[in-house]
Design a protein around this ligand. Structure first.
Ligand SMILES: Nc1ncnc2c1ncn2[C@@H]1O[C@H](COP(=O)(O)OP(=O)(O)OP(=O)(O)O)[C@@H](O)[C@H]1O
Ligand SMILES: [Mg+2]
Length: 289
């Protein structure tokens, strides 16, 4: 299958000579959920900024649906209509005085009719739960609300690929859960999503594929199901495996659960445990624990 987007052999240095990417490969399947892990400075933000053409690789190539992206005005305009990037820091993305104005910037720029722009803005603000803040000054919003405005601005463009740079960072738990539900709804509509995160538990629970970067390289791309059975694969790329893996391994060792499948989260593991019909003696062991 042709990837929706593919970066091959991409290298990039910042003007001061720092390496952002080194011979980096990444391919995303259409309609998939992807989590991007990596230590601070691994190159996640740099990689994401290549996916919508904000940065151009010095060597290597970016392909959209198998076609090489040309980094000229027309090529970048076409790419940015399909690839929406939500920045790590909302203050770098927002530049209008009011929420509505900011969210409508992209659709207006596409040259859409005014009623269509208004509909898209209203729908995007509803999607992120900010419909009552349409006329609020951006600088009156909290950090989490600003992040949601950025997301609304990108949603209003109706991209096929949504790239979110650490969207959960700085959000409270209910907001994180809302965001996860919103991402699920977008994936159900066929949108492909790439999320960078420092949380392997979230990655394992939510993603179809996990990609891990280190020192500017994408060092691992694998389906979550495969990674859940391989703690050494996580350790080999400097990542701590999700907590559910150690807990599941211990329950297998104690003869309480089968070795496969490995549940994707502790909540799912608990559901498996609760669903079991246990002999009375073992039931007391689990309840006492
Ligand atoms: N504007 C810049 N100028 C010079 N070097 C930069 C710049 N931005 C990033 N770098 C360097 O590029 C490398 C990759 O940085 P990047 O921001 O992509 O990492 P990251 O994985 O997103 O990290 P974090 O988890 O902290 O967000 C780092 O070595 C960083 O110092
Ligand atoms: Mg970053």
């Amino acid at each position: 299958m042709i990837p929706l987007i593919e970066l091959r052999g991409a290298s990039y240095r910042y003007p001061d000579g720092s390496h952002g990417l080194r011979d980096c490969h990444l391919a995303l399947r259409p309609g998939s959920r992807n989590a991007l892990l990596g230590a601070n400075g691994a190159g996640k933000t740099t990689l994401m900024q290549h996916l919508n053409g904000l940065l151009q690789p010095e060597t290597g190539v970016l392909r959209w649906k198998g076609e090489t992206v040309v980094h000229n005005r027309a090529g970048l305009r076409a790419l940015r209509q399909q690839v929406g990037l939500v920045f790590q820091n909302p203050d770098r993305q927002l530049f209008s005085a009011h929420v509505e104005e900011d969210v409508s910037f992209g659709p207006l720029n596409l040259g859409l009719p005014e009623t269509e722009v208004r509909n898209r803005v209203a729908q995007a603000l509803r999607a992120v739960g900010l419909q009552d803040h349409a006329r609020a000054p951006v600088h009156h919003l909290s950090f989490g609300q600003k992040k949601r405005v950025c997301l609304a601005g990108v949603l209003a463009m109706r991209p096929q690929l949504l790239v979110l740079d650490e969207p959960m960072a700085g959000l409270d738990l209910p907001m994180q859960q809302d965001l996860q539900r919103l991402l699920d709804a977008l994936v159900a509509e066929g949108v492909t999503v790439l999320v960078s995160t420092h949380d392997p538990d979230f990655a394992a629970d939510w993603a179809d594929e996990i990609h891990v970067m280190a020192q500017g390289r994408c060092q691992l791309s694998q389906p979550v199901a495969a990674l859940l059975t391989q703690p050494s694969a996580w350790q080999a790329v400097g990542q701590t495996p999700p907590q559910v893996m150690a807990l599941h391994a211990e329950l297998v060792r104690q003869g309480l659960l089968a070795a496969v499948p490995v549940p994707r989260s502790i909540e799912r593991l608990l559901a498996v445990l609760r669903a079991r019909t246990l002999p009375a003696s073992q039931e007391s062991v689990i309840h006492d624990a």
